[in-house]
Ligand binder design. Structure first.
Ligand SMILES: *Cc1c(COP(=O)(O)O)cnc(C)c1O
Length: 420
């Protein structure tokens, strides 16, 4: 790590000063976080927004328990996928009528990638990132098998060169703006331009970007996008995901999972499928209403929030975390993995150490919750809506203490649990 100008005793006062000047500090009150916990895993499961419990109680007791099936009309359950989709659209720079909520990211990926190949029927290549999140790679392979296309795994930095040589054969390129392991942020606009200039379709997976960065899907000319509801959107465990289909592709969007909810007239009980107009055709089957209503309530945490300020604070948090790591962890065998340049940093800071797993366990025992990605990455996710500079300073302080005391060598922290 770089030599640090800061001293250890400077860090806590600096955290206090940064938090005192934080224009978003009050937003933490929109979340219910347990006392004594430093939560730096909102990039895996967002914290519980304060508006959610009452919304879920209402959905269960009044809407389901009392209004029963009338709720599809009377409580507008039927409209929820497009209504919640539009609420997400506001956070990703998508005008209304292009985003649908429901299902999972994996399902939307399958649907969108397959539909993309049908929008470019004469092309034979599907391009994706060799370090893409596992589900994105597995689904790309499966779509290729079904459609007869070939998958090429091209690092995002090599995409322009690959497209220059083979772009006329590429149907769709599927990438994430943020590397889920390292936290590196890629240039979405540049990649989108290169892909579209080749006549291919750009599909972004926004799981680590939606709610964390100010995105401009319409303005950037993105063709398709997917993302999950449970990370920075804080919609709850297994929250519905979303799919964005740019207006210009909707009329020809021919997706494989032709469920009845996407039919032009779902209650006509036609024997043949006729897609609904607009993005509603990307609905599949009956959506998980309780989860959709929880997600809808969660999104109210973003009301009146300027995502440019969210981005600025997120960078301040990750930058300060790396500064604290320089001081607290100097000489202890850690390397910073996340780029220092703000323009190349998503909303997490990542350190590498061979004992990443037991260290993350030992930190959790001290009330500092982060996570690890195999084999050796410690991930610290920050959500500017509720993470403070004091949180990240405490996390690095506690990690210093864990390592100095050798706590991570205890046998109990080495046992692998099913979820890491
Ligand atoms: C979290 C994440 C997913 C998760 O997909 P699920 O279908 O919700 O399990 C997919 N892709 C990326 C890039 C992710 O970060």
């Amino acid at each position: 790590m770089s030599t640090a100008a800061l001293r250890r005793e400077d860090l806590a006062p600096q955290a206090r000063a940064l938090d005192a000047a934080d224009p978003l500090a009050d937003l933490r009150g929109r979340f219910l976080l347990p006392d004594g916990i430093v939560y730096l895993d909102g990039n895996s499961l967002g914290a519980l927004p304060a508006a959610v419990p009452a919304a879920v109680a209402d959905a269960v007791h009044r809407q389901w328990g009392t209004d029963l099936i009338r709720s599809w009309n009377d409580n507008a359950w039927w409209q929820a996928p497009l209504r919640v989709g539009d609420a997400i659209g506001r956070l990703i720079g998508a005008a209304p009528g292009q985003t649908v909520a429901g299902d999972s990211t994996s399902v939307h990926l399958f649907n969108a990638l397959t539909a993309a190949t049908r929008l470019r029927p004469d092309r034979t290549l599907l391009v994706t990132d060799p370090v893409h999140f596992p589900t994105d790679q597995y689904i790309a392979d499966s779509v290729a098998r079904l459609t007869g296309l070939t998958v090429h795994r091209i690092p995002v930095g090599e995409l322009p060169g690959f497209l220059a040589a083979h772009g006329d054969r590429v149907a769709v390129a599927g990438y994430s703006p943020v590397d889920y392991r390292t936290g590196e942020l890629h240039d979405m606009a540049a990649a989108t331009d290169a892909v579209r200039r080749a006549g291919a379709l750009m599909l972004w997976d926004l799981c680590h970007a939606a709610g964390a960065l100010p995105l401009q899907l319409d303005r950037t000319g993105v063709d398709l996008a997917v993302g999950c509801g449970y990370k920075f959107l804080s919609g709850g465990p297994g929250a519905p995901a979303f799919l964005y289909v740019a207006q210009r592709h909707q009329a020809a969007f021919d997706h494989p999972l032709t469920g009845w909810n996407g039919h032009a007239d779902p209650f006509a009980a036609d024997s043949g499928y006729a897609p609904a107009a607009g993005v509603g055709r990307a609905r599949i089957g009956t959506p998980p209403i309780l989860s959709l209503l929880a997600l809808e309530a969660a999104l109210t945490a973003f009301e009146g929030v300027d995502l440019e300020l969210v981005r600025a604070k997120s960078l301040s948090l990750t930058g300060f975390l790396l500064d604290c790591a320089d001081v607290e962890l100097a000489g202890l065998g850690f390397t910073a993995v996340t780029p220092r340049e703000p323009s190349r940093r998503g909303s997490q800071a990542v350190l590498r150490h061979p004992d990443a797993y037991p260290m993350v366990q030992a930190l959790a025992a001290r009330g500092v919750i982060a996570d690890m990605r195999a084999p050796d990455l410690l991930r610290f996710g920050v959500n500017a809506l509720y993470t403070s500079h004091r949180d990240v300073q405490q996390a690095m302080r506690q990690l210093h203490e864990v390592v100095l005391a050798g706590e991570h060598r205890q046998e109990r922290f080495r046992l692998r649990k099913p979820v890491t």
